[in-house]
Design a protein around this ligand. Structure first.
Ligand SMILES: Nc1ncnc2c1ncn2[C@@H]1O[C@H](COP(=O)(O)OP(=O)(O)OP(=O)(O)O)[C@@H](O)[C@H]1O
Ligand SMILES: [Mg+2]
Length: 419
């Protein structure tokens, strides 16, 4: 890889062009910590490595769940490769809990006030004027144009939706590590090659407030540095230790899958239908096993398989696939506490009669029925997401992509009417 010109040097990082790949840049972190629009600034040896590790782990997670980001890959311990962007000079802030500057701007709101949905605020990046707060209308009316894209209402809506989604998935991820994500700041850019809006810049300990166990006194983010009146080497060591702890926690961000789907089919002839369920599960990162067992003809085997899954101690959703008379789903449901979803492979000839064997159940049974293989996988994933933040995040990412896809399709159609 051949490094090109230094494109931008900011307070905490340098961005280089890559001669061999004009669509990419190298984002190199500096051993520098700053606050108050750069008025307070210190060298902090080791910060570049910690910051790069933090950003890369967060962006890898966001890429995994389908959020569009500029992150391509880690380069070395102080730098990563990213898509080259034209940056939109807005800070997109999300808050779950009211604290800090919000309290000064919203007198009367007590610290700790909880926003549901999270509160979104935007600030124009302008160090000389201390990053003034801008309304969404001010952003639209600024008529920004970056990477050939005019930042209008649609683009602002997309970035707001992305901002909320990114906050919520990271909030859930941190909650799995017993840390409360209180608020967060992110930035977007427009990919200079594709014109796509991408989450850009970095997400590290400078980007959020993070309170272990939800306790403000335990804060491990840059606020500790901001609060310092005089800065001693000892203080800097504390800040660095906090940042380093945060980076190391992120190794546990994407644990091995902790839940699964077991598709039980009454006959091997239903395999094609079941493979479609498995494919939809795979897209959502849900481990999925296929088993053949007939509750009518091999009841003892069905019960053995149910016991096998219950014995694993892993949250499991059963999807029962049985044509004609569906004994499999109801029998499994009546003999297990795991959720059961019927997804009968309905054939055109007797389909409207067969479906009743999944719908009309003896009393005391609580299995549900869906008609499409994708719906079965989505329904199972939503159940498993209750205790698995990675699946939860993938569902959120999936919904976001659908939402953005519809928005862009609408924009395209509107524009085609105009021309
Ligand atoms: N993928 C990217 N392509 C191009 N520029 C990028 C990309 N990601 C980040 N940048 C830019 O790199 C610059 C250097 O970052 P740094 O955070 O050090 O700047 P800064 O001094 O804090 O200024 P700012 O207030 O703009 O963040 C910023 O202007 C940032 O917008
Ligand atoms: Mg910056």
């Amino acid at each position: 890889m051949e490094l090109g010109d230094l494109l931008i040097e900011g307070k905490t990082k340098k961005v280089y062009a890559i001669s061999s790949e004009p669509g990419l840049v190298l984002v190199q972190s500096k051993d520098r910590i700053t606050a108050g629009d750069g008025v307070k600034a210190h060298n902090l040896e080791g910060k570049a490595v910690i910051s790069t590790a933090t950003t890369c782990k967060i962006f890898e997670f966001l890429n995994l769940i389908g959020i569009k980001t500029h992150f391509v890959r880690l380069h070395d311990e102080k730098a990563f490769i990213a898509r080259r962007c034209e940056m939109i000079p807005i800070e997109w802030v999300t808050r779950r809990i009211a604290t800090g500057s919000f309290l000064k701007r919203n007198v009367g709101v007590p610290e700790g006030y909880r926003f549901s949905p999270p509160k979104l605020e935007t600030f124009y990046k302008d160090d000389a004027n201390h990053d003034p707060q801008w309304s969404f209308e001010q952003i639209v009316c600024a008529n920004f144009k970056f990477g050939g894209v005019t930042i209008g209402q649609d683009e602002v809506d997309i970035m707001l939706k992305m901002t909320q989604c990114i906050f919520e998935v990271l909030e859930k991820a941190w909650a799995s590590l017993d840390c409360s994500l209180i608020d967060m700041k992110i930035e977007f850019g427009v990919d200079s090659t594709t014109g796509e809006i991408l989450l850009s810049d970095v997400i590290d300990s400078d980007s959020w407030r993070l309170w272990p166990s939800g306790d403000k006194r335990l804060m491990v983010d840059k606020q500790v540095y901001r609060n310092l009146k005089e800065v001693t080497q000892q203080d800097l060591d504390v800040v660095k230790r906090n940042f380093s702890w945060v980076a190391s926690q992120l190794d546990k961000l994407v644990p091995k899958p902790r839940s699964q789907v077991a598709v039980l089919m009454g006959s091997a002839s239903d395999q094609e239908h079941c493979k479609k369920i498995a494919q939809s599960c795979e897209k959502l990162g849900v481990p999925c096993e296929l088993r053949v067992t007939s509750a009518h003809k091999g009841t003892d085997e069905t019960m053995k398989i149910v016991a096998e899954y219950e014995g694993q101690g892993i949250p499991t959703v059963f999807i029962a696939v049985a044509g004609r008379s569906n004994g499999l789903g109801p029998v499994t449901s009546g003999n297990s506490t795991f959720p059961v979803i019927n997804c009968p492979p309905v054939k055109p000839d007797w389909g409207s009669e067969d479906i009743w064997s999944s719908l009309r159940l003896p009393s005391g049974l609580g299995c549900s029925t869906v008609m499409s293989t994708e719906a079965a996988a989505l329904c199972a994933a939503q159940i498993l997401a209750l205790s698995d933040h990675v699946i939860w995040a993938r569902l959120r990412g999936h919904q976001l992509s659908t939402w953005i896809g519809l928005k862009l399709a609408d924009k395209k159609l509107r524009n085609s009417h105009l021309s």
